[in-house]
Design a binder for this molecule. Structure first.
Ligand SMILES: *Cc1c(COP(=O)(O)O)cnc(C)c1O
Length: 222
């Protein structure tokens, strides 16, 4: 744990109005408790099982954000309590989130994950696929999800110009979707981008949620 980096990051993002998602995947409950003691309430996990176990063990006013790839058959485990799902990458997943949220009489905030990186291994929708979801009859009928923005993961590279292009492109697409699909109803307001290595660049492009793990909790064994 690097608590001085935590304090620095909190101070750094404060003037931007963005919120910090402390990505605690693989880290023990004791580390999360320590940050909780400093006032951190927003934590991110990428595995449903790990998130459920931590949810059980920790105070119930923690907001749990699912940031990693989510399999349709695992939605049911987190539906009772998850605060936001950042990684929606298909209409089928969104349908299942809507169904499970309804079972618990909840509305689950969701972000569409856009594929913005060069690597083709990363999950996410292209712009056309995202538009198809928003225009689908199925999406329009959903009552138990709220689409509140977009998420993206930039290429892992030293090439700042490339990261700037990727985050800039995601912000431009966010503005377009907001104007075309949410002008009347509002609520489309979250842009989840930026991790330990590139959060400063993301903040310059208007990120509202930054997802930071290793800079705060230390590197993860792989
Ligand atoms: C692990 C992870 C992060 C945090 O990554 P760091 O480089 O450790 O800050 C952010 N977003 C997603 C989707 C992740 O899986």
């Amino acid at each position: 744990m690097n608590l001085s980096r935590y304090h620095d990051i909190v101070k750094e993002i404060e003037p931007t109005g963005a919120r910090l998602v402390a990505v605690s995947k693989t880290k023990p409950v004791s580390d999360i408790s320590e940050l909780y003691g400093l006032g951190q309430r927003l934590f991110g996990e990428n595995k449903t099982q790990e998130m459920c176990a931590k949810y059980e063990d920790l105070p119930k006013d923690i907001e749990w954000h699912l940031v990693g790839h989510l399999q349709t058959n695992k939605v049911k485990y987190i539906a009772p309590f998850v605060s936001m799902i950042h990684s929606v990458d298909s209409i089928y997943l969104l349908e299942e989130i809507d169904r499970q949220a309804a079972r618990h009489q909840r509305i689950i905030p969701c972000l569409l994950q856009l594929h913005i990186a060069m690597e083709d291994t990363k999950y996410g929708l292209d712009e056309k696929e995202a538009c198809e979801i928003l225009e689908s009859g199925s999406y329009k009928q959903m009552k138990n999800i709220e689409l509140c923005g977009l998420m993206g993961i930039a290429t892992y590279t030293d090439d700042e110009a490339r990261i700037n292009r990727e985050f800039g492109g995601l912000k431009a697409f966010f503005d377009k979707i907001k104007a075309e699909h949410f002008a009347d109803k509002g609520g489309f307001k979250e842009l989840s981008m930026g991790m330990s290595a590139d959060y400063r660049i993301a903040l310059r492009h208007g990120a509202t949620l930054i997802r930071i793990g290793s800079e705060i909790f230390g590197t993860r064994g792989s």
